[in-house]
Design a protein around this ligand. Structure first.
Ligand code: ATP
Ligand code: MG
Length: 145
């Protein structure tokens, strides 16, 4: 697969899906210029959630975070754009929605620091690891336009 820009990986978390914000969030992502290179609707297993958040295993919120992330369906997606990682973190806003800027996805849709609507990769290296964790090559598509 060739890519015209960098990639980032995102999840729309269970709270935002349960509150029916999937469409609004995907619309904000597209309007901000990200190409949706891959997408699926899944439910994380305990094992997948534990592995995905392994870097946080010693943090006090790890157990609760894994429980939340396995509590219902999520969207996983690969997004392509120049400067995808940093531009996407700007679009989603701070981890804690009370500190997120107006107009960001987390400011608009997060319920709390844990139930903060979306995930976004924190580096190019992790974006590739996370995208490969969920998607086969055959499930990823180049920008059409
Ligand atoms: P993400 O990795 O989901 O994009 P982030 O990089 O902004 O978020 P991290 O520090 O990687 O934040 O934390 C991962 C996730 O753990 C957060 O998105 C949030 O759901 C949860 N989390 C982080 N800090 C706390 C906290 N203090 N209390 C409860 N949950 C937290
Ligand atoms: Mg993170």
């Amino acid at each position: 697969m060739s890519q015209k820009g960098n990639i980032t990986f995102t999840m729309i978390k269970p709270g935002a899906i349960a509150n029916e914000h999937m469409g609004s969030i995907m619309n904000m992502i597209s309007k901000a210029g990200f190409w949706i290179a891959a997408i699926k609707f899944i439910k994380l297993s305990q094992k997948q959630a534990e592995e995905f958040y392994l870097v946080h295993k010693d943090r006090p919120f790890y157990g609760s975070l894994v429980e939340f992330m396995t509590s219902g369906p999520i969207i996983v997606a690969v997004l392509e754009k120049d400067n995808a990682v940093s531009d996407y973190r700007k679009l989603i806003g701070a981890t804690d929605p009370s500190k997120a800027e107006d107009g960001t996805i987390r400011k608009i849709f997060a319920e709390s620091i844990e139930r903060n609507a979306v995930h976004g990769s924190d580096s190019n290296e992790n974006a590739i690891i996370e995208a490969d964790f969920f998607f086969a090559r055959s499930e990823r598509f180049d920008r059409i336009i």
